[in-house]
Design a protein around this ligand. Sequence first.
Ligand SMILES: *Cc1c(COP(=O)(O)O)cnc(C)c1O
Length: 398
Amino acid sequence: MYGAIKQVLARELESLREQGLFKDERVLEGAQGAEVRVGGKTVLNFCANNYLGLASDPRVVEAARRTLDRWAYGLSSVRFICGTTELHTRLEQELAEFLGMEAALLYAACFDANGGVFEPLLGEGSAIITDQLNHASIIDGVRLAKANRLIYRHADMESLEHRLRESQGAPFRLIVTDGVFSMDGDFANLPAICDLADRYDALVLVDESHATGFTGPTGRGTPEKFGVMDRVDLITTTLGKALGGALGGATAGPREIIAWLRQKSRPYLFSNSLPPVVCGATLEVLRICKQDPEPLHTLDRNQKRIRAGLTALGFDIDPGDHPIVPVHFRKFANDAILAQRMSRDLLAEGIYCIGFSFPVVPRGQARIRLQASAAHTGEHIDKLLDAFALVGRRHGAI
Ligand SMILES: *Cc1c(COP(=O)(O)O)cnc(C)c1O
């Protein structure tokens, strides 16, 4: 039996390699941080979601160690049997409070939060109105719901309004968007989305995975940045990016919705409890986020320096202020090859970053996506800019 599918898969894998679409994994030989060991060499990491540098912050590591000593390792249970500790309930309260919501619910990942939020809330006849570029986990979560799915063109408020008009008869409607879109680092237009939601009587869900902890004046996220914290109904987010970077996700919102999800959301009900060590460390992360604004300010300074430096060198950078900084090659016919070769040569120069091309981004929009971190020093950024100048000239990109 295995013979047939083995041959098909071998052929398909070969075809991925031929098209340059095969994803190889580089193996780290030590902890995540501004500097990482790869291939026996220490290089500067500009492609992690470690926005606040908390993945290896000594305060977070120490909190994890303390929690491990007291609560041991695993829980071997889902939440409603014997997998809820006081750490879980405290973390849910603290997350809700941090996000400006009444209640929150933990998941093993934000992928699961998005997988479990639509189906229990939006049944047959209801409508989910979703941005074309929303994260894969939202796309999958929406598929699981019986509600109608209406897709609007990315960030296009006219297209969104059109979809709202089309779905006027639905008993419940939900607009869902990423707060920050990961390939461009662009923000959803939340004030306009909330205005349309008011006008057409729809709920708003924002996935804050690339925002929680560092976007907005105190890091509460995209709704804080745009002054609409009281107008967003639901937030999903991850503990696996800025908030320490281990794993875990959450949905936050009104008390009744969270209570309903606790009863009905399948990835919550039928999957294991988060390890206490993750809860204990994340509680420390939230304490740091609330009491120590330094990483937030450092991150902002760093993304500004990277954007200004690359622009001055003549690279193609969109205006913006998110730590995701895409370096485009839109003027070049061979953009995909350029992005790939430059990222390869940058690694040789001690800069770890990744080139993205079709199908991850549309054809003709290949890029190197840089991500700033509060863990980067001024010296790290100088090295990044020097390497980009050298490699960019070598390949005729500047
Ligand atoms: C990373 C990401 C997720 C998935 O988060 P995990 O906790 O790693 O599963 C979901 N949504 C968005 C927008 C993301 O960027």
